[in-house]
Design a protein around this ligand. Structure first.
Ligand code: HEM
Length: 239
């Protein structure tokens, strides 16, 4: 361990040499700095995505009986952290809104066909959160765990805090899903301010395409939470 330093532990030489604006040789300092900012925001997003995915996979595994000792409290811990980190991911976009449009317009042609649409980690996250039908998904693991405890997700929703840790997992899932949804909405509003009617670098229609991609995470859980209202409406309540 001797000789280990902050810089060598974090491999800063490697990390800090990876921001290479393509406009470096040709453009004004303002344009190069704007592109640098754009690269940093994307790279930071990918690093946070890596942690979020790892945490959500751990949260899923902690609910699987076949994975050794299933532990719903541990799952809650991971879900809470992932929820917080999705807030950081969202903040990268909020910061990026401070990139002056005129500089963005100048370096954008240098992006070629590169696009966030090619982010593999993002698509993994989308699948983990968006599709309740996949047996390997987060919601399916929660549902199976709930059934193994002799309950149903619907009864967890109705019972609320008296369902104990199962309720806390359900709340964690809603927080994570809403955090991801918030990111998607912020991305949509940011690009509509920056692109207007321009097409995306991957060739999509841009704003219209991104709007069409926004789905609510964990639809089954939201449906079951909605059902609670009907189950609890007292008879004779005015419409
Ligand atoms: C100036 C900033 C940005 C602009 C103008 C922008 C624009 C776009 C556009 C137009 C698309 C649609 C695909 C295409 O045709 O290219 C897209 C997709 C996407 N972008 Fe961005 N983006 C920006 C920042 C970011 C950042 C910081 C991230 C973080 C990783 C990101 C991640 C994504 C992802 C994941 C998709 C695919 C979304 C989906 O399939 O639902 N973008 N972006």
């Amino acid at each position: 361990m001797s000789g280990l330093t902050y810089s060598s532990y974090l491999q800063l030489d490697k990390l800090l040499s990876m921001q290479e604006p393509r406009t470096s040789d040709t453009a004004d300092r303002e344009v190069v700095l704007a592109e640098h900012f754009f690269i940093v925001a994307h790279q930071a997003s990918e690093i946070w995505l890596k942690q979020i995915l790892a945490d959500l996979l751990a949260a899923t595994d902690a609910l699987r009986p076949d994975y050794g000792n299933s532990d719903a409290d541990l799952s809650v811990e991971y879900l809470d952290r992932a929820g917080r980190l999705l807030g950081l991911l969202h903040d990268q976009l909020v910061a990026l809104e401070k990139m002056p449009l005129r500089y963005f317009a100048e370096f954008r042609p240098y992006l070629g066909t590169a696009s966030g649409a090619q982010s593999q980690q993002f698509h993994q996250l989308d699948e983990l959160l968006g599709d309740d039908e996949r047996p390997e998904g987060l919601y399916a693991a929660f549902e199976a765990y709930t059934v193994a405890q002799g309950m149903s997700v619907g009864s967890v929703c109705r019972l609320g805090s008296s369902a104990g840790v199962l309720h806390r997992v359900a709340e964690g899932l809603i927080d994570v899903g809403s955090g991801f949804w918030r990111w998607k909405i912020a991305h949509l509003t940011m690009i509509s301010g920056m692109l207007g009617e321009q097409r995306g670098t991957a060739g999509s229609s841009g704003v219209g395409y991104i709007a069409s991609r926004i789905r609510l995470p964990f639809p089954q859980l939201r449906q079951l939470r909605g059902d609670v209202h009907e189950a609890l409406v007292p008879t004779g309540t005015p419409n």
